[in-house]
Ligand binder design. Structure first.
Ligand SMILES: *Cc1c(COP(=O)(O)O)cnc(C)c1O
Length: 372
């Protein structure tokens, strides 16, 4: 098989595309004349531009088939629907807020028996899998605490138990980690993040190796009409071309920022993972973390991550604010936790911005409100 850097820029072509265009054309059409060709009829069911994207994603993920959805959550939802109504679903503890919200909703709506486990505790997981379980959902590295799990070991357990293993790979992307090769059944991504990389679209992907799962996902994508639109498919194709170089720079920058943050001694707790450009840390004070958000110039205060520009987020107040009240204590997230996504800027500029802002908030008066 060719290397990922090559696959990212040499994508599949549209069969019979008359102009042999260098860039994949955007087939901005809802319908296709079925008497002239037999492959496409209606864009909800299949679109030439989306087909190219899905075939390229399948190559990258080492999948039988990949499915592109209108958002990461649409992909998460389609994957979770592989667990039948009334079945038992296990989920890791450190999860994206939107996923927890959806799990909570599905538990009520579809009568799922939802149980949370620490995926790093293989004994506990093994015991949990003794009860018939339809699906295990995990994120690795997790968001926002960047906990990494042993996917192969977990896959061995779920395979033996006859449980589907679904892995949310949004942080690393197939460029760094291919969950299907490590034994997962469903690899899920929010392509809004590093896969697209330019903060200009929302999209999601589910990849599978198994033919029956592929059939069920194809049915769901078509029946519910949740597939990615042609123009957004093209934007994602364009973003994918630079995934390798973008991510290379991000990871290199992030390693340097993490090293400097560690030796600066100004942050209380630092969370990072190998090959990740997401870094989380605790300032020890909510007021300081909020102030940091305002002080930074290059780091934009946005909920997402993985884009070419660096960003900052307070998970408790932003990306994870959607966690239902009754699951709040689960992850025990510190309110002052800060999550950074490192972009492709020059790392010296990033550090200068961060260092200046951290110094300012550390020496800031405690009661900011009084200063008004
Ligand atoms: C953002 C995110 C999602 C949801 O994706 P959207 O594109 O925002 O719908 C799911 N999982 C993780 C880990 C995410 O970070």
């Amino acid at each position: 098989m060719r290397h990922l850097e090559t696959l990212l820029v040499h994508r599949p072509t549209i069969p019979g595309e008359p102009a042999a265009a260098s860039s994949t054309p955007i087939y901005q059409s809802a319908t296709f004349c079925v008497d002239r060709q037999g492959r496409w009829d209606y864009s909800r069911s299949g679109n030439p531009t989306r087909d190219v994207l899905e075939r390229q994603l399948a190559e990258l993920d080492g999948a039988r088939r990949s499915f592109a959805f209108a958002s990461g959550m649409a992909a998460v939802s389609a994957a979770l629907r592989m667990a039948p109504a009334g079945s038992r679903v296990l989920a890791g503890i450190d999860l994206y807020g939107g996923t927890l919200r959806l799990l909570d909703d599905l538990a009520i709506d579809r009568g799922l028996d939802l149980v949370f486990v620490d995926p790093n505790d293989l004994d506990a997981l093994s015991r949990a899998l003794e009860t018939t379980t339809a699906l295990l959902w995990i994120e690795t590295p997790s968001n926002p605490r960047l906990e990494v799990v042993d996917l192969s070991a977990i896959a061995a357990l779920t395979r033996r138990a006859g449980t589907l293993l679904a892995v949310d790979n949004s942080i690393l992307s197939p460029y760094r980690q291919r969950p299907l090769e490590l034994g997962a059944d469903l690899a899920v991504q929010s392509a809004t993040k590093v896969l697209g990389g330019h903060s200009d679209l929302t999209a999601g992907v589910v990849s599978v190796a198994d033919a029956e799962l592929a059939e069920r996902l194809a049915f769901r994508q078509n029946a519910e009409g949740t597939a990615l639109a042609p123009f957004d498919s093209w934007l994602l194709l364009r973003g994918l071309e630079t995934l390798g170089v973008r991510n290379h720079q991000q990871v290199e920058n992030a390693a340097e920022i993490a090293r400097r943050l560690r030796s600066s001694g100004v942050v209380e707790q630092l969370f990072s993972a190998p090959e990740s450009y997401v870094i989380s840390f605790d300032t020890g004070s909510l007021e300081r973390s909020r102030r940091l958000l305002i002080e930074l110039e290059l780091f934009r205060a946005t909920v997402s991550f993985g884009g070419v520009t660096s960003s900052i987020n307070l998970p408790c107040e932003m990306s994870h604010a959607s966690i239902p009240e009754r699951w709040r204590s689960l992850g025990d997230l510190s309110p002052s936790l800060v999550r950074l996504s490192i972009g492709i800027e020059n790392v010296a500029d990033l550090w200068a911005d961060l260092d200046r802002a951290l110094r300012r908030v550390s020496s800031a008066p405690r009661l900011l409100e009084v200063a008004r």
